[in-house]
Design a binder for this molecule. Sequence first.
Ligand SMILES: CC(C)(COP(=O)(O)OP(=O)(O)OC[C@H]1O[C@@H](n2cnc3c(N)ncnc32)[C@H](O)[C@@H]1OP(=O)(O)O)[C@@H](O)C(=O)NCCC(=O)NCCS
Length: 176
Amino acid sequence: MSATEQIEVRRLGVTDVREQLDALAAVLHDCVAGGASVSYMAPFSPEEARSAFAGFVAEAEEGRRLILAAFVEGDLVGTVQVILALPPNQPHRAEIAKLLVHRQARGRGIAQQLMKRAEAEARAEGKTLLVLDAVTGGDAARLYARLGWTTVGVIPGYALYPDGQPCDTTYFWKAL
Ligand SMILES: CC(C)(COP(=O)(O)OP(=O)(O)OC[C@H]1O[C@@H](n2cnc3c(N)ncnc32)[C@H](O)[C@@H]1OP(=O)(O)O)[C@@H](O)C(=O)NCCC(=O)NCCS
């Protein structure tokens, strides 16, 4: 990607999200292949990635979550989700999940743009509090700290990397 190439970040509508299903799944597959701890274990096939994203897309169609995507030259290279459907006593809160950028597109501020847009979309949905978790000390945790998220604390050995190694998790929150 050259410096002149434009990054477009947008919330995917109902039709859009179905059309982009394969591309979204490809980004998830690439991230897990790269060792990201994002719920899935190795071996993780392209079909499993598609099936996982089909579930997210179904929830997006029901208005239970938002799916945003980042495009470079028309190609989908990154994504993030805003989970809106939480218990009835937390109508003001949302969760951020599945921030994923293809390995070939990293280090250019795409995740930062996705996060800023996700926060704006959550605010537009009337949300005033966001929560997320990330691998402790990882690339994403650095990004969240840079974007003004507050660290709650670390839970040791909370999840596994795809290869089965344990990883610590840090919880963050941000008031909008
Ligand atoms: C975490 C992840 C989403 C970051 O994506 P990214 O698009 O590379 O992130 P950014 O480009 O915004 O930031 C990455 C680095 O590039 C730097 N950068 C380079 N050019 C930049 C620009 N133009 N604007 C902003 N940052 C830029 C950032 O400062 C940052 O530096 P750091 O690593 O020293 O903190 C990506 O590594 C990923 O998908 N990982 C696997 C999945 C995962 O773990 N997701 C998180 C779940 S919580």
